[in-house]
Ligand binder design. Sequence first.
Ligand code: ABU
Length: 381
Amino acid sequence: MTAIAGTPVVNSWNEWDHLKEVVVGSADGACFEPTEPGNRPQVRGREGAPFPTGGKSAQAVAQANAELDGLARLLESRGVSVRRPGRHDFGRALRTPHFEVANQYCAVCPRDVMITVGNEIVEATMSRRARYFEYEPYRHLVYEYWEADPRVGWTVAPKPTMSDAMYRQDFWEWPVDERHRRMHSSEFCITQAEVVFDAADMSRFGRDIIVQESMTTNRAGIRWLKRVLEPKGFRVHPVHFPLDYFPSHIDCTFVPLRPGLVLTNPDRPIRQDELSLFTDNGWELIQAPEPVLTNDEMPLYCQSSKWLSMNVLSLSPTTVICEEQEKPLQDLLADQGLEVLTVPFRNVFEYGGSLHCSTWDIRRDGTREDYFPSAVYEPLV
Ligand code: ABU
């Protein structure tokens, strides 16, 4: 691997510039996510049924891998260099001074763990015990990039204890009316006691990065990101989607497609006072159409919502990859003048993600730009 025409080997400032190199996840060795304070997985439509434990079936892994490999082939056919995670024993139990967990999860969704911020790789703290070591399948790549180009930065966020005290255990018992009452307080299953964030709660817009406060990212995590990224010239904006009572990862809620255009989730409007960042700077927000699958029709063990439909991956400001069966969304994007490529991806849904979640962009064309010239910004210091 060599630097291309002066571009650092790690270079990605937003979600839409021309994609050159990307990591695509793998279902090898995937396990069911264990029940833990930050996660109460449920069998869809069967309240109280025990959630499976241990490794996923060989068939479930093969079906997901077939679709991930299909995405990799499509990307390669468009000239994108595709990299894959290394092997990791997800079946291995973890025991730290603060917690134990019977098994780990998987490397299907690198987006949750790893993020490229300009020429720097940031490894998230993660928010769940079973995902504590999920950076490991990507470390061989991080070392390769870091060794290859001295311009590449590498920042590892502090690991939280994930002890019982880090979680608000009664969160899962709150009835819906209480969730509604509390929706503006943005308190979820993680407390504010430690720095916690998943990388997939971030969305990059050049100089500006928005970060969703959620079940997987707390205010301390956003403060840490501000303190680390502001001196490097970024502006970090917390964002909230108050009608999402179980928010986890921003990329099924608010998805930028190109400069000036964001795909939004009609069930999860952005908080009114945060909308002006976009409207005052000439951005258009378009609502995603109703997904083809209802929540009840999502795969049995999938913990994500039907809005995986809008978890698209941009190859460039003019080309986007969409799940093969999401015709209404494909039509909407085509009406916006985008070239829409499709791949089957429904078997990956069980692992909590679709096309954006299951990828981590390493290198795109372009550089840091200011897409919000009239933003009013309050730096931390
Ligand atoms: N990992 C993304 C899931 C987000 C959602 O269920 O809406």
